[in-house]
Design a protein around this ligand. Structure first.
Ligand code: FAD
Ligand code: UDP
Length: 388
């Protein structure tokens, strides 16, 4: 007979780690974390590449940014941050431009020296074909925001590659978060705080759970009934559970599958010190099959001395719809998906001793800071009462 701890957490991602840390700090609970993967950190996990010395973000580039003071204070308890500021460039038709679309992009694209007011007037004129309408699809929204020439250069083909869907069939909401700036500001994020964990993501996560009351077991699937920390056994024993896996999987997909996008990575190594000269290069055109390429060493220029000269590693990103068994990365969130999620959420609310959280457990396009914030709140409001 297994002696169960006070709390079992399914998933060693940021949601699970934050709840575990809080349960020990505030309730002195004994917490057992399981994860089906062979490492902690969930999708934010990283490792150091032996050949080059670069820190590889295993599930795609992760940049920490937040304007939430509670979260910023919390994360600083476990790691220092570098002064990294995220900037992205895009290759279109053999020329490199700064993103997000700003005055530098506009002037380079049109070969001009427009002032902010002149550029604004030009874009307004070019966007004029859809003035006064309320576009519901991404294609029309894009043209209305930045005019057809810039839309077709930087948005149309990139979006089609990323979503594998004609932009005319995608909701306009996807690009509402892509700003156009009539100055030369090319900071990608607008948050108050931003940076990368000084000694890597995984060192940060290890410090969060560095306590003898927290145990971690890797390579364990919650739905595998041959292991003691499975759904049925924990339910029967009345042990409180925090579940951060996919919500539809928890209910055996009985209402249907929620839709996700996933990403495949192709690793390429170059015998060069620096291949792109920046950490992220987007490829705006359809002749390049991947959306963007990540050159990891450029996220941490402060580590230059520890890198292998003449070697660099790049990951090319290919985006596609996720099938069951793929890693679910981005919730697609059509109206149909949202309605289906709402029905699963109702079932989840009826599970008295299981708390659902995180990106997969709540089917939300959350960044790391959102996950930490919701985990701190979920601990207070939902988990602490279960610990008695
Ligand atoms: P996850 O990290 O997904 O953790 C869930 C864990 O549960 C996983 O480790 C999984 O193995 C485990 N699990 C699932 N099912 C089971 C099971 N049956 N049994 C046992 N364990 C199970 N955020 C940012 O702030 N900045 C970024 O730049 C950024 N870039 C991103 C890029 C990509 C490609 C992706 C996919 C995400 C990005 N994010 C970014 C979002 C960030 O990854 C998430 O917000 C955060 O890591 C989610 O934490 P989580 O704990 O909710 O989920
Ligand atoms: N996008 C684009 N061209 C670019 C970068 C982004 O058209 O060069 C659009 C695309 O539709 C994408 C959305 O903007 O889905 C959000 O992109 P972002 O890089 O902010 O999101 P991420 O993929 O990192 O979540």
């Amino acid at each position: 007979n297994t002696q169960y701890p006070d709390l079992v957490i399914v998933g060693a991602g940021l949601f699970g780690l934050t709840v575990a840390q809080q349960a020990v700090e505030h309730a002195g609970a004994r917490v057992h974390i399981i994860d089906v993967r062979d490492h902690i950190g969930g999708n934010a996990y990283s490792y150091f590449d032996k050949e080059t010395g670069a820190e590889i973000h295993k599930y795609g580039a992760h940049l920490f940014h937040t304007s939430n003071e509670r979260v910023w204070k919390y994360v600083n308890r476990f790691t220092e941050f570098t002064n990294y500021v995220h900037r992205v460039y895009a290759t279109h038709d053999g020329v490199v431009y700064p993103l997000p679309i700003n005055l530098g992009t506009i002037n380079q694209f049109f070969g001009k020296a427009y002032t902010p007011a002149e550029a604004k007037a030009l874009i307004e004129e070019q966007a004029g074909e859809l003035a006064g309408t309320d576009p519901q699809n991404l294609n029309d929204k894009g043209i209305q925001l930045i005019g057809r020439p810039l839309y077709e250069a930087f948005i149309k083909n990139y979006t089609a590659k990323q979503w594998q869907t004609d932009p005319a069939e995608l909701p306009a909401s996807i690009i509402k978060r892509l700003p156009v700036r009539f100055n030369y500001d090319n900071r990608y994020f607008k948050d108050t705080w931003e940076g990368l964990p000084k000694d890597g993501y995984t060192a940060w996560f290890e410090r969060m759970i560095d306590d003898p009351r927290i145990t971690v077991e890797l390579g364990v699937d919650f739905f595998d009934e041959t292991q003691p920390y499975n759904r049925k056994a924990l339910q029967a024993a009345g042990v409180p559970v925090v579940y951060t896996g996919p919500i539809d999987r928890y209910f055996d997909y009985e209402l249907g599958d929620l839709k996700w996008r996933t990403v495949d990575f192709k690793e390429v190594r170059y015998a060069e010190d620096d291949h792109f000269g920046c950490p992220v290069m987007n490829f705006s055109d359809s002749d390049v099959p991947y959306t963007r390429a990540i050159e990891f060493r450029n996220f941490n220029p402060e580590r230059a001395d520890s890198y292998t000269p003449g070697r660099t590693v790049v990951w090319e990103e290919y985006s596609r719809f996720a099938e069951r068994g793929d890693e679910p990365y981005y919730p697609i969130n059509t109206d149909e998906d949202k309605a289906l999620y709402a029905r699963y959420a109702e079932k989840a609310a009826a599970e008295p001793r299981t708390v659902f959280g995180g990106r997969l457990g709540t089917y939300k396009y959350y960044d790391m800071h959102n996950v930490i914030d919701t985990a701190l709140t979920a601990y207070e409001e939902q988990v602490a009462p279960l610990l008695g």
